[in-house]
Design a protein around this ligand. Structure first.
Ligand code: UT7
Length: 336
């Protein structure tokens, strides 16, 4: 085991992949089912369309994202040591979605688990995976964010139904001895006082499923959007600024902010606080909406494949979500 002060390895992202379902729900569709309009949705959120997984579950999307990752790396499924699935929409309570993914991709030597941290899920899982690599114990860790948000969305609730979509995206973590690259720092927090503002109350041990929980719509996302918006703006902006300060990074040292995609206004406020211009902010909320654990890795995948991220680029990943959970990760990109 390496101590904090004598790091031998950093964990580096050495592969990316993603999956979005084909079916698109645009803002016009929502005009036909609730009292809303395209202008409101775009101006208040930045979202123009989102995807729906019609045939399959969270594990299927995770599998497609990982298979996409395998296509562009030389790694084989049987070489994978660990699979971490960040999700709040597991196929079932148990077994863990990671077990279902392991079997479907044929990762015969892997262990794994699900990690529940809502919109911060990918960051929490990435830090967990990085620690497994830094310990020297594991060489190949897959971190996949996969959420079928449409499975828990109430399509009569105009406040929330317009926000969410389905997607999955995965990264491969491997050790690098060159400490100039890879995951360099993280700041992660939880604060359970946020539990009343964003939750899905039914189905667990507190409110086991019953006719009553169904009648009361307790198996859907509840969000007090205004309350969450206020803390999310402060939380994401502060944490992103804090990790820059801690690592003595100036805005010109940061190639990209990679923010969780919940609301374009939250993203803009975060970039402003960091002193970062809009062209250095990764965005895909317009096309996919809020895909919870898949937002950050899908941005990484799309921007990398578009040739927009270069080896040596410093990235700040940041998120805020239910719990509350929030955090930021600083990494230096290591892929050519
Ligand atoms: O990812 C996890 C963390 N989640 C977040 O970060 C989300 C945080 N919250 C938000 O992004 C925003 O609060 C929302 C996008 C959810 C809502 O935007 P807002 O600017 O905070 O709107 P609001 O809730 O203050 O509502 C303003 C008005 C209300 O009408 P009145 O009361 O002023 O007459 C709402 O009823 O807009 C109304 N409204 C809508 N109008 C048209 C709410 N939803 C809609 C809608 N279409 N879909």
């Amino acid at each position: 085991m390496q101590s904090k002060n004598k790091k031998i390895y950093n964990a580096a992202i050495t592969g990316v992949g993603m999956y979005v379902p084909d079916k698109i729900l645009d803002n016009k569709y929502f005009e036909s089912i609730v009292d809303t309009n395209d202008e409101w949705i775009v101006s208040r959120t930045g979202i123009r369309e989102r995807r729906v997984m019609e045939n399959g579950a969270t594990s299927d999307m995770a599998v497609y994202a990982i298979q996409d990752l395998f296509k562009t790396t030389k790694v084989k499924p049987e070489e994978i040591d660990v699979i971490i699935v960040a999700t709040v929409t597991p196929d079932m309570f148990f077994p863990a979605t990671a077990c279902l993914v392991q079997e479907k991709i044929g990762a015969t030597k892997a262990w794994g688990f699900d990690l529940s941290a809502a919109c911060s899920g990918f960051l929490f899982a990435l830090q967990t995976g990085a620690s497994l690599i830094e310990s020297g114990t594991y060489k190949k860790v897959i971190v996949v964010g996969s959420d079928k948000m449409t499975a828990i969305t109430d399509y009569t609730d105009r406040n929330n139904c317009i926000l969410f979509g389905d997607a999955a995206s995965a990264v491969l973590l491997e050790p690098t001895e060159d400490l100039n690259y890879g995951i360099k720092d993280s700041l992660l927090y939880v604060d359970g006082s946020g539990k009343e503002s964003l939750y899905m109350k039914g189905g667990g041990s507190l409110n086991p499923p019953s006719h009553e929980t169904v009648d009361k719509k307790m198996h859907y996302i509840y969000q007090d959007g205004k309350a969450v918006f206020k803390v999310a703006v402060i939380g994401m902006a502060d944490i992103s600024f804090e990790i820059m300060k801690k690592n003595e990074l100036k805005s010109e040292d940061v190639a990209y902010l990679v923010p969780h995609q919940a609301n374009l206004r939250i993203i803009d406020a975060t970039a402003k606080r960091m002193g970062i211009s809009k062209d250095k902010v990764m965005i895909n909320i317009d096309r996919y909406g809020n895909t919870t654990a898949a937002t950050i890795p899908s941005c990484l995948t799309e921007y990398y494949r578009a040739g927009k991220i270069k080896k040596g680029d410093n990235l700040i990943l940041s998120a805020f979500g239910a719990g509350y959970t929030w955090g930021a990760i600083y990494l230096t990109w290591s892929l050519d």
